[in-house]
Design a protein around this ligand. Structure first.
Ligand code: PRX
Length: 655
């Protein structure tokens, strides 16, 4: 990034006002109504949020909103006690006439990749969560203990999360695409006592051997006492007596009665690891009350959830979107949630559209990388299905290119469904900028306006506010309920990463511009973090994995634009003396990264080089590598480059 401002090249001018019929029935139906609510949320944040909080169940109702006396550590609703699982389940078990879901409403509609379907009503989900809460209790899990959940997209993953929340244990969900080493590091960092997993997960007709990975990880995780293993794929697994228990065995021996723990609003809810600019992932910590109110409110207003909706978020439970918008937010609203286990193109690229048609999905929330894949696979797949049940579309995870947005609107939404492009982060817990579908005119590629209680700004490097359409750094300048509370075990890193760039302001790490109408356009990360197919990766993590290989001396990993994945990784690698930069080594290194982190982190290309471009102080000049990797012209300041000939060599290698 240059020292001045960030150049923004997007010049999108299309505008789509909310449809009158959608706006008529929406919770917020005019721009004016949004403006008034947003103004109130900033003028009287405590009053605004306490009112929303009171829509939920508290054992002791909070009388305080924000406590910012320990900044940058916020407390919200600190004198209240509640339970998020209670709010997602027990609260709905009353008669549906009360405006809540009612016990017989479907909570989860699960479709496995092989085609099996299972529906769990709120009553049934409650029962399963109570039972699993008792299982965790029996295995010695106490309030505050950490439980790792390393599973695929099955109802039991949601059940395990809710059971942790119910007893006050802190879950850390580890994405099922991570390899054993990544599992080990997260389990150890969180000091988890119990790991919940499954024999295997279905993915494109193949079995992902989750238990086998856990076995490898657990060879080096001294703190883990027990595992619970769900049978899903039926592949043989090794079970260590005393340590490993099958889900179906342990669940048999417990009662279905369980009373939800009464937890302080600031009781830790979960740790979710996310990439930063160093090799070590950050354990983002969220707590109970603020996160609950934030995900509840955003689900309610942004998805405009109505009693008859069937809502589908296609994210994985291993990422924050799966936490906030598969599990907690929609269930706290009593919604019916679709859960799909497998790949979007199994057995063919029409799978998503077939699911929408068969289950009558009315709200679809997915990612730009998926949308670009659908565009590539062709219109004939969605066209072959009746998608008329859809009434609202959403996207999240990375900037969406206007043409993909237009395709989404035309081919999937039949030009009648509003699109909510929601900008937020693992750290923010809930959506921060988004249109409200009945109130805000949308522009393709823009995440539009701040949600209630959110005040965002685009700043220049020197901290002054950028002018209209001038690119800069995106910050949030006041606390919000669902904000992260700290980095697990590394509070200093929390302060350094988010609160030191502009003292007193939350720095997002994203570049953005705000247009003449006040709409935000997020351009992506400005740090060494890349977004590959919606997976947020620190390039430093991939570099550490490469350097861990015995043949590698040094590695620098950068992102380059990719039509499908948004960004792709290119690794520049120098080998140790005596090693040869062969094709075989390239293949080995790619496999090595897949082993260390997971297949999704495997670079698209590895380029061997004798030296890397460095500054005189020895810092790798990733900016130059980025330009080389993108095949573009290498411009900008090179005066700090120690050895100019390095660049010529790199480019010669390119040809
Ligand atoms: O760069 C932004 C991008 O994804 C980052 C957050 O990634 P993660 O913590 O993994 O959470 C993803 C799901 C919330 C952001 O810093 N990002 C996310 N949503 C958008 C986005 N960029 C542009 N537009 C979005 N709607």
């Amino acid at each position: 990034m240059s020292q001045a401002s960030i150049e923004s090249v997007s010049r999108e001018s299309r505008v789509f006002p909310p449809q009158a019929d959608f706006a008529r029935d929406a919770r917020v139906g005019t721009r004016q109504a949004y403006d008034e609510m947003h103004r109130r949320s900033l003028e009287d944040p405590d009053g605004f949020w306490l009112e929303l909080a009171r829509e939920l169940h508290w054992f002791r109702a909070p009388t305080q909103g924000l406590d910012w006396s320990g900044a940058p550590h916020a407390k919200w609703f600190a004198d209240g006690t509640t339970n998020l699982a209670y709010n997602c389940l027990d609260r709905h078990l009353g008669p549906s006439a009360s405006g809540l879901a009612g016990p017989n409403k479907a909570a989860l509609i699960f479709e496995g990749e092989p085609g099996d379907v299972q529906v769990l009503t709120y009553r049934q989900l409650h029962r399963e969560v109570c039972r699993f809460s008792n299982v965790l209790g029996k295995l010695g899990v106490e309030k505050g203990d950490r439980v790792a959940i390393y599973m695929g997209m099955v109802p039991e993953a949601v059940i395990a999360m809710l059971a942790c929340a119910r007893i006050g244990a802190v879950h850390t969900v580890i994405f099922g695409g991570f390899a054993a080493e990544a599992v080990r590091d997260r389990v150890n960092d969180a000091q988890a006592k119990v790991v919940v997993t499954q024999d295997g997960a279905w993915r494109r007709g193949q079995v992902v051997p989750l238990k086998e990975n856990v076995d490898r990880a657990l060879a080096e995780t001294p703190g883990v006492r027990h595992t619970v293993v769900l049978r899903r794929t039926g592949n043989p697994v090794a079970m260590e007596p005393g340590r490993d228990h099958f889900w179906h065995d342990v669940i048999e021996s417990v009662s279905a009665k369980h009373e939800a723990a009464q937890l302080d609003a600031e009781h830790p809810l979960f740790i979710l690891y996310t990439s930063g600019t160093t090799g070590k992932p950050k354990g983002v910590l969220h707590t109970t009350g603020g996160y609950m109110v934030g995900t509840y409110a955003t689900s309610r207003y942004v998805f405009d959830l109505q009693p008859n909706d069937t809502y589908w978020c296609t994210a994985d439970v291993g990422w924050v979107t799966g936490h906030s918008y598969i599990a907690y937010g929609p269930l706290a609203n009593g919604a019916t949630c679709m859960l799909y286990e497998g790949a979007p193109n199994h057995p063919d690229p029409g799978r998503f559209w077939s699911i929408i048609e068969r289950h009558g999905v009315s709200i679809l929330y997915t990612a730009p990388t998926a949308i670009r894949a659908f565009v590539k696979w062709g219109d004939r797949y969605p066209m072959a299905h009746d998608l008329s049940s859809l009434r609202l579309l959403g996207t999240v995870g990375e900037p969406i290119n206007p043409e993909a947005w237009m395709w989404y609107r035309r081919v999937i939404g039949n030009e009648r469904c509003p699109i909510v492009d929601t900008w937020w982060q693992t750290e923010t817990g809930a959506m921060m900028m988004t249109p409200l579908p009945g109130a805000i005119a949308t522009k393709p590629g823009s995440c539009c306006v701040p949600f209630f209680g959110v005040s965002a700004k685009v700043l220049r490097e020197d901290g002054t506010e950028a002018g209209p359409n001038e690119g800069g750094l995106l910050v949030v300048d006041r606390p919000w309920p669902s904000m992260m509370r700290t980095v697990w075990g590394d509070d200093q890193r929390f302060a350094d990463t988010y609160w030191s760039r502009f003292p007193g302001l939350y720095f997002t790490g994203d570049g953005a511009r705000r247009d003449e109408d006040g709409y935000f356009w997020v351009m992506g990360r400005v740090d060494d973090v890349v977004n590959v197919a919606g997976h947020r990766l620190g390039t430093a993590e991939v570099e550490s994995a490469l350097v861990a290989h015995r043949s590698v001396a040094e590695a620098a990993v950068v992102g380059r634009p990719d039509a499908l994945k948004g960004q792709a990784l290119v690794a520049f690698v120098t080998v140790k003396a005596g090693e040869l930069p062969t094709k075989e080594l390239k293949a080995l290194l790619l496999e090595h990264v897949a082993q260390e982190i997971g297949k999704f982190a495997r670079p698209d290309d590895i380029r061997f080089t004798d030296t890397l471009p460095k500054t005189r102080s020895g810092k790798i000049m990733r900016r130059l590598l980025k330009e080389v990797a993108s095949g573009g012209e290498v411009k900008g300041d090179m005066t700090t480059l120690e050895d100019l000939s390095v660049l010529a060599k790199l480019r010669a290698d390119d040809e």
